[in-house]
Design a protein around this ligand. Structure first.
Ligand code: PMP
Length: 373
């Protein structure tokens, strides 16, 4: 099998699974208990926090462990909302775990605004500027779009915030960028940053939220007061430890260069067919957005899966829904959206894998087209 749906999830490291087993079956103590064994586990969790903060290149703030990025996003948004005449700004390109929270805020009476996307998939920075004022409480933007791979310019967003709404907080959904694209939160001073372990070879159902200043946050889950009271519930110890290992094992610079060469190879192969269109958003090397003229993307996805090539039609979380909010907003027409595929990479793939998968995609596309037309 050649797996090219790494934006949906990645294969967990074998070493991470071994470590998980160790913490599940041997060092299984509850980190909140009072005896020494439990204290050791608590220290191990602290060490993962440090590993993540180091990867984010940030010397202030903390990491709150969560049950994945959907929860991290909910915590950042719902946990930072305040009553009164506060305003909230979201990108139309947000993952459902942000966009649907925005819709909930709106339904419950908060003043919510959405920023459209430009043709290159990034948010419209001018529109963002115009929406900001001294009532803006939160700006929530995805770093890398899970649909298109477009990269929003966080430095520019922070500059806009500093100029037009200095009191506003910035939340970044970093799920498709953490451990993939370099970022220094010492230099780019966002307030919250979400991550999810299963996108970088860690386990599913575990993630984190970086919080610069905890005074800006209130818990949305009440209970035993774990995670300094910001996320009650016994920590997923094995999952967190395996996430920490995945962070440590990521050679970000090397992977980034290598994955660039994989994406370039795939673009060269697919571009040979003039009916296959690369949506070059100049975005993340990890994500390639393509549309295949006159063929339904889902039909092509299933057909290549039968030949051992796994690609995606877009966000797994939205693939069952009709249409595609993100592509529509960028200006894709219905046919382009229907024939869209997302190909996403990881550093485990070889150039030969890409060559083989690219050829299978083209060959299968032409087979289907010959039958359809
Ligand atoms: N944000 C983005 C950009 C994502 O791609 C995903 C996963 N598809 C999520 C949030 C949700 O992450 P999780 O699966 O950990 O809940």
């Amino acid at each position: 099998m050649i797996y090219l749906d790494n934006a949906a999830t990645t294969k967990m490291l074998e070493e991470g699974a071994d470590l998980y087993r160790h913490y599940a079956c041997h060092s299984f103590f509850n980190p909140s208990a009072g005896y020494g064994e439990a204290g050791e586990i608590k220290k191990d969790l602290q060490s993962v926090r440090k590993t993540i903060l180091k990867r984010l290149d940030v010397s202030e703030g903390d990491i709150i462990f969560t049950g994945g990025a959907t929860e991290s996003n909910n915590l950042a948004i719902m946990g930072s909302r305040r009553n009164g005449k506060t305003e909230y700004i979201f990108s139309v390109g947000g993952h459902p775990s942000v966009y649907n929270v925005a819709k909930e805020l709106e339904k419950s009476g908060f003043n919510v605004h959405f920023v459209d996307l430009q043709k290159n998939g990034q948010i419209d920075y001018d529109k963002l500027e115009k929406l900001l004022n001294d009532k803006t409480r939160l700006i929530s933007i995805e770093h890398v779009s899970n649909e298109t791979g477009a990269i929003n310019d966080l430095k520019r967003i922070v500059m806009i915030r500093d100029k037009f709404a200095p009191k506003a907080l910035i939340h970044v959904d970093g799920v498709q960028s953490f451990c993939k694209i370099g970022l220094s939160l010492n230099k780019v001073k966002v307030d919250f940053y979400s991550m999810s372990a299963h996108k970088f070879h860690g386990p599913k159902g575990v993630g984190g939220l970086y919080v610069r200043n905890v005074n800006n946050l209130k818990s949305i889950v009440y209970g035993g007061g774990q995670e300094e009271g910001y996320r009650s519930g016994t920590e997923n110890v094995g999952g967190i430890i395996a996430m920490g290992l995945a962070v440590e094992k990521t050679d970000l610079e090397y992977n980034l260069e290598y994955v660039k060469s994989l994406k370039a190879k795939m673009i060269t192969i697919l571009s040979k067919d003039k009916h296959v269109h690369i949506n070059d958003f100049d975005g993340s090397p990890y994500i390639l957005s393509v549309w295949f003229e006159n063929v339904n993307g889902e039909t092509l996805m299933r057909a290549v899966a039968n030949k051992g090539v796994i690609v995606g039609t877009g966000s797994a979380c939205s693939s069952k829904k009709a249409g595609n909010r993100v592509l529509e907003n960028i200006g894709f027409n219905k046919d382009q959206i229907k024939s869209h595929l997302r190909i996403s990479f990881c550093a485990d793939l070889s150039l030969q894998d890409i060559e083989k998968a690219g050829e299978i995609l083209i060959e299968t596309y032409n087979d289907i087209k010959a039958r359809v037309i």
